[in-house]
Design a protein around this ligand. Structure first.
Ligand code: DGY
Length: 335
């Protein structure tokens, strides 16, 4: 029987491609060519499955051009690049990579918080520029992290990981806001208190965003929300760029209405809002929260495992949609 045909849409670990090749006829974009949506559709037109990263949009127009396609495995926990309704309507299974990146991403959220609140990258630029001449009582004085109040918006697995680090490691008071409240035992373990968004914004010394991007979450943090935050506060976004109104954030940082920010994700990435690039009090990183070698390997392997399990008839391991006739799954694959 002919092997299913798979497209690997961006370069990944060569050993993952080799593993896939034991099961499938694989075409892998190991040269990492950035395809336009039309080119992606052309490459996928004769494929049964795909391994994507968050950078390829799978929508109704692409699905109409790719009638053979049955499954798309995203090598990311976020899957806002999928039009899930269109995929389900077209009978295309989507999968993502939850769990394997939770702690790595939570570590990075904390690193960004520390870097922004304690002005680490600003200090490094200052030193490298030869500006460090002597000790000064207020040289690059930032805001306290330990013992302060942390607000987490989006309390999935990564949010919980950040809460544990904050409460247990840094003695912080943790407030969280989430669509659904955590079970009491989990709240107790994370030492986190569920509050409304406005209460969180007004009381937190630092706010970390870890909610999935959906049209409803577009600009969850805009001018109004920034105005509710303390002027001494830090804002960290490791979720998706569209959650923050970058122009409003840049204005707040420039005008001293917010002390600092740490951003790993951007609305038009890889483009960054030009105003942010001019500001000293924002730490900017290129969407690397899950980027350790071990975690990226685990993500690639889970995406490959999803494709293998799907075509074996075992069903996807971490589905994001339920196709008609498939076993019901408990939706638990968000951030
Ligand atoms: C994720 O897994 O969603 C990360 O943001 C990497 O894209």
């Amino acid at each position: 029987m002919a092997k299913p045909r798979i497209l690997v849409a961006q370069a990944i670990f060569p050993e993952t491609v080799e593993r896939l090749a034991q099961h499938f006829e694989v075409q892998a974009n190991q040269d990492d060519v950035r395809w336009s949506p039309a080119e992606l559709a052309r490459q996928l037109a004769d494929k049964d499955g795909a391994l994507t990263t968050g950078a390829q949009r799978i929508d109704a127009a692409l699905l109409a051009a790719c009638p053979r396609l049955r499954v798309v495995a995203n090598m990311a926990v976020g899957y806002n690049n999928f039009d899930v309704a269109a995929m389900t309507a077209a009978g295309v299974q989507g999968t993502n990579t939850p769990d394997v990146l939770t702690d790595t991403t939570a570590d990075f959220g904390f690193a960004l918080l520390m870097a922004a609140a304690r002005r680490i990258t600003e200090g490094e630029r200052y030193l490298r520029a030869g500006q460090w001449k002597d000790w000064r009582y207020d040289l690059l004085a930032g805001s306290e992290v330990h013992g302060s109040t942390l607000g987490i918006i989006g309390m999935g697995r990564i949010g919980q990981g950040i809460a544990r680090r904050a409460a247990h490691g840094f003695g912080m008071e943790v407030l969280y806001h989430n669509r659904t409240r955590l079970p009491p035992a989990l709240e107790a373990e994370c030492k986190a208190r569920h509050v409304g968004k406005d209460v969180l914004l007004a009381n937190a010394d630092h706010v970390v965003l870890v909610l999935p991007y959906t049209p409803d979450n577009h600009h969850t943090i805009g001018a109004q929300e920034l105005a509710r935050m303390k002027p001494t506060a830090t804002l960290v976004n490791i979720a998706r760029g569209g959650i923050v109104d970058e122009a409003a954030l840049a204005a707040a940082l420039r005008e001293g209405r917010l002390a600092a920010a740490g951003l790993d994700v951007f609305e038009g990435e890889p483009a960054v809002h030009p105003d942010l690039l001019t500001l000293p009090n924002v730490v900017l990183t290129p969407h690397i929260a899950s980027a350790t070698v071990a975690t990226r390997r685990a993500m690639a392997n889970l995406a490959a495992d999803n494709l293998i399990a799907f075509f074996d008839g075992r069903g996807p391991l971490t589905p994001v949609n339920q196709l008609p006739g498939a076993d019901e799954f408990l939706y638990q694959n968000g951030l």
